[in-house]
Write a protein that binds this ligand. Structure first.
Ligand SMILES: NC(=O)c1ccc[n+]([C@@H]2O[C@H](COP(=O)([O-])OP(=O)(O)OC[C@H]3O[C@@H](n4cnc5c(N)ncnc54)[C@H](OP(=O)(O)O)[C@@H]3O)[C@@H](O)[C@H]2O)c1
Length: 251
């Protein structure tokens, strides 16, 4: 089923992991896809995979190299996308980083960086698209938060604050935008196999999986499937929600 036929979607952090899986699935569902990232070779590889996933060779797949935490870079990219595509129907704020450490030892730099990349980026993209989406009287925003934003985690005050912040931002946006036909929702992934979690020690990975009732690590496609549902008309009456996709970790 072509759930996103004729739609244009921006996926930040679409060059790797969860974002790349979302971009590929959206292309398979019929969307034109634009990805944001910072790494040229990862972007090239992702575009190749997105092109292979397309249901029709006329669908577009392009990348922008930029830092999502920089307001000017985001404004310029979105202005250029609107000029070329005429509209953006779906925005997925997925770009994210970790700089873990106990609060006592956390540098101001690590605090600022995580808040800027994970949370200020959402302000940047949503603000840049608010006017065109409101004018179009339609749009869909999906913000990739985390179960850590719901539960907190020792050693991740910066990351947890950014991910909880995304939830408050999303619920507020949902209220601000609903009358204009724009929906805003979060996905809170649990433990998903990507380069972000590859960095964890084997013992830490085993301890996390032991807490997952479905007894396996999640795959990027598990999150992409949820992002496809939320972006599609199947979710046309869903806004302001947090969809937790974590194998039952947080119940
Ligand atoms: N993996 C998990 O278990 C898990 C769990 C819960 C939530 N999440 C969330 O899911 C999202 C994706 O995570 P992932 O595991 O797929 O991570 P990942 O594999 O490390 O990918 C992160 C993506 O973000 C992009 N990115 C990072 N900093 C950026 C910046 N300043 N500007 C533009 N793009 C930037 C990266 O692009 P470049 O490589 O091109 O720089 C990459 O495409 C994150 O928000 C993460 O917090 C992940």
């Amino acid at each position: 089923m072509q759930l996103l036929k004729g739609k244009t979607a921006i996926i930040t952090g679409g060059t790797a992991g969860i974002g790349k899986a979302i971009a590929c699935l959206y292309a398979q569902a019929g969307a034109d896809v634009i990805i944001f990232g910072t790494n040229q070779s990862r972007a090239d590889q992702a575009i190749e995979e997105i092109q292979q996933s397309r249901s029709n060779s006329e669908q577009k797949a392009i990348s922008f190299l930029l830092d999502v935490s920089k307001t000017k870079e985001v404004d310029e990219a979105i202005a250029s996308i609107l000029k070329d595509f005429g509209k953006v129907d779906i925005l997925v704020n997925n770009a994210g980083i970790t700089r873990d450490g106990l609060l006592m030892k956390m540098s101001e730099e690590d605090w600022d960086l995580v808040i800027d990349v994970n949370l200020k980026s959402v302000y940047n993209t949503c603000r840049a698209l608010s006017r065109p989406m409101m004018k179009a009287r339609s749009g869909c925003i999906i913000n990739i938060s985390s179960v850590i934003g719901l539960t907190g985690n020792a050693g991740q005050v910066n990351y947890a604050a950014s991910k909880s912040g995304m939830i408050g931002l999303t619920k507020s946006l949902a209220k601000e935008f609903a009358s204009r036909g724009i929906r805003a929702n979060c996905i809170a992934p649990g433990y998903i196999e990507t380069q972000m979690t590859d960095a964890l020690a084997p013992a830490v990975k085993e301890a996390i999986i032991a807490k997952v009732p479905l007894a396996r690590i999640g795959q990027p496609l598990d999150i992409a499937n949820a992002a496809l549902y939320l972006a599609s008309d199947l979710a046309s009456y869903v806004t302001g929600q947090v969809l937790t996709v974590d194998g039952g970790m947080v119940i």
